[in-house]
Write a protein that binds this ligand. Structure first.
Ligand code: HEM
Length: 442
């Protein structure tokens, strides 16, 4: 059954000419692929920062919109038909229409994620999603701003940030490497339990599997490594250490089809995105006069943290960690300018909607207020966590834990950025990997 939409032109959605197609491929789609969709390549991210690659992508999308109106527009590649969305209304329609007729389990995602989590919600059929998505929501307590394990999470964060700052005091600098080591320990304790703090093997196995995922179908699967990795996760679930998400997995009822253990790699993997967003949020707070003080004041409102949560959302608006939100059409779909056949890849290039200065006056400035006022989802083009039935079920865990890390860092030390940030017009790309902060006691 074709899905119902406005007008009924029988022609296909317009395709781009060869020159425009090359421009879109190089300026919009290539960047996220080279940076590493599943595990980031810091060198490629650094290069993208130097050439401000995401700003070029946004400008290209604006040019397409001025030529083609609200779109969408098609690219015809050998073996793959891709449609780019140009209008927020279409973004909402697509995200709200998951998993049918707009499936999150796209060809490319299945190729990438099957390396380490073939039973995950994200790469499931609509039938399989019926058990896997609710399982994620129950463990991550999607609708609760403050997770039931918040106290344990907060205690872990206090300890790990203290250890990190002890190290930073010694060198005088907080850099990505130190932050990432702290982050890995924190995530393993929160997700798997106390005994996983120093289990770098489990993180390393996942990193190796994700590196294969970066190349999707081009790389054969390493089943032995995947089995070892998933087996280790099963041991943590069996151990069910109190206060860990693994313990919640153990006690949450699930059918075999829900594959509880295979939901965990996505959490471990997605916490990486949170690390980048948190380090960038720290850059924002340190660069804007008064922002660090406002963040410190927020710490008297634990666990609500309204300003810090809005800051994390701003970090994700300015530099979305899922720049390409993808859906595959499962049936023929009708758009204002024509039809798209089943099997078309739909691309939502988040930086375009988040940084569109034609529609968003605050596009390039740090504006936490955007997230603190009432808003109407219909005209809201910001989708850092996606939207609709496929929206990130971990978003509240992210906002809580990221805010706590930022609050702990800033209330304990005075931080100064190693490289200045142009606060009048924030860059399109910001690499967290090269950010450094000078650390002084308060
Ligand atoms: C900054 C951090 C994060 C961001 C920006 C983020 C964003 C997203 C986005 C955009 C999606 C949808 C992907 C798609 O449609 O293809 C997603 C899905 C998902 N996220 Fe997150 N995420 C983050 C962290 C987390 C964390 C820490 C967890 C778990 C603890 C998590 C759990 C999930 C799961 C399970 C899905 C799949 C949902 C489904 O298929 O229904 N995420 N996330």
């Amino acid at each position: 059954m074709p899905d119902a939409t406005p007008q009924l032109p029988a022609a296909a959605v317009p395709s781009l000419g060869p020159v425009d197609q090359v421009r879109v491929l190089t300026r919009v789609l290539l960047g996220p692929v080279l940076k590493g969709p599943i595990v980031r390549r810091p060198t490629a991210v650094g290069l993208a920062e130097r050439i401000d690659a995401d700003a070029a992508g946004v400008a290209e999308m604006q040019r397409l919109r001025s030529r083609h109106g609200a779109g969408p527009v098609q690219l015809r590649l050998p073996g793959r038909r891709i449609a780019l969305l140009l209008d927020p209304e279409d973004v909402h329609r697509v995200l709200n229409g998951s998993p049918e007729p707009f499936s999150p389990a796209t060809l490319e995602k299945r190729g990438a994620l099957n390396h380490f989590e073939p039973g995950n919600a994200l790469v499931s059929s609509p039938q399989q999603r019926l058990s896997r998505r609710p399982f994620n929501e129950r463990v991550l307590e999607t609708e609760r701003p403050v997770h039931g394990h918040a106290e344990q999470m907060s205690a872990v964060i206090t300890e790990e940030v203290e250890a990190l700052l002890g190290h930073a005091d010694f060198t005088g600098t907080l850099d990505w490497h130190g932050f990432a080591v702290m982050w890995g320990r924190m995530v393993r304790r929160i997700v798997l339990g106390e005994s996983a703090r120093d289990d770098v093997q489990v993180s390393d196995d996942l990193r190796r599997l994700r590196e294969r995922g970066n190349l999707s179908y081009l790389m054969p699967q390493n089943r032995r490594l995947r089995e070892r990795f998933l087996g280790r996760l099963q041991e943590y679930v069996d151990g069910a250490e109190p206060g860990s998400l693994a313990a919640m997995v153990a006690r949450t009822p699930a059918t075999a089809e829900a594959h509880p253990v295979q939901q965990i790699p996505q959490w471990l993997f997605a916490f990486d995105a949170e690390a980048w967003a948190t380090f960038r949020a720290l850059s924002l707070l340190v660069a804007h006069p008064g922002a660090a003080d406002e963040a410190r004041r927020d710490m008297s409102q634990v666990p609500d943290l309204p300003y810090l949560r809005a800051t994390v959302l701003e970090s994700l608006r300015l530099w979305p960690t899922t720049p390409l939100i993808l859906r595959d059409t499962t049936t023929e779909t009708r758009w204002r300018n024509g039809l798209l056949p089943a099997g078309t890849a739909l691309v939502i290039f988040a930086p375009f909607f988040h940084r569109d200065d034609a529609t968003l006056p605050e596009a390039h400035r740090f504006s936490p207020d955007l997230w603190m006022r009432d808003r109407d989802d219909d005209d809201w083009p910001l989708v850092p966590f996606s939207g609709g039935p496929g929206m990130c079920p971990g978003r509240n865990v992210v906002l809580l834990t990221s805010s706590l890390v930022l609050g702990e860092l800033l209330s304990r030390r005075e931080l100064t950025a190693g490289k200045p940030l142009d606060t009048g017009h924030l860059p399109g790309t910001l690499s967290p990997f090269s950010s450094t902060f000078t650390v002084r006691s308060r």
